[in-house]
Write a protein that binds this ligand. Sequence first.
Ligand SMILES: Cc1cc2nc3c(=O)[nH]c(=O)nc-3n(C[C@H](O)[C@H](O)[C@H](O)COP(=O)(O)O)c2cc1C
Length: 191
Amino acid sequence: MEKKVMIAIGSPRKKGNSATLAQQVAAGAMAGGARVETFFLHHMNIKPCTACDACRKKKDVDCIIQDDMQMLYTKLRSADAVVIASPIYWFTVSAQTKLFMDRWYGLGGDNGYALAGKKFGIVLAYADVDPFVSGAVNALRTLQDALRFIEAEIVGMVYGSASKAGEIRHNKALMDEAYNLGRKIASERPA
Ligand SMILES: Cc1cc2nc3c(=O)[nH]c(=O)nc-3n(C[C@H](O)[C@H](O)[C@H](O)COP(=O)(O)O)c2cc1C
């Protein structure tokens, strides 16, 4: 059956480096027969979690905040795989990515998280060549911890260095890695 892959990009640059890599993941996934939908978080209305805990009190509600997360919750719930693509801003994921992640809280309840068992791909772009100095390692650790907590599975991580928007496309090895991550996501068996 056709896999559904959701890609969430946390950069304001539509032709930036994380978007360029994410596009490669999408190309690989589509070549593998998956249906891919891409969302640029920066251009969406995503408010911060208010810790009201309505999502815990009302059984049939993900989150009471009426913004674009309502649509994204539907996409997250129906996706077989989710790809998070973020630039590194101040030594971790971008604020756009973090806002989106914080709101996953709304998908939790007595029986765990609605994202449990889903496959995840991680894509990161940063300026400093060293993943430790750039802060990419912090972002990877954050995502690893979050995804372990919600019992999702990381299928692969693609990360590399570039500064100007889109220049990461010159890194052929990384572009191939991103494409192969897409192929892998498309061929994963659902949990
Ligand atoms: C606000 C801001 C903060 C940044 N912080 C870092 C950082 O902490 N470490 C780093 O290596 N690069 C940092 N960068 C550089 C970006 O991560 C880099 O240009 C990346 O390729 C951007 O990805 P994008 O094209 O997908 O937006 C920062 C850039 C901006 C605009």
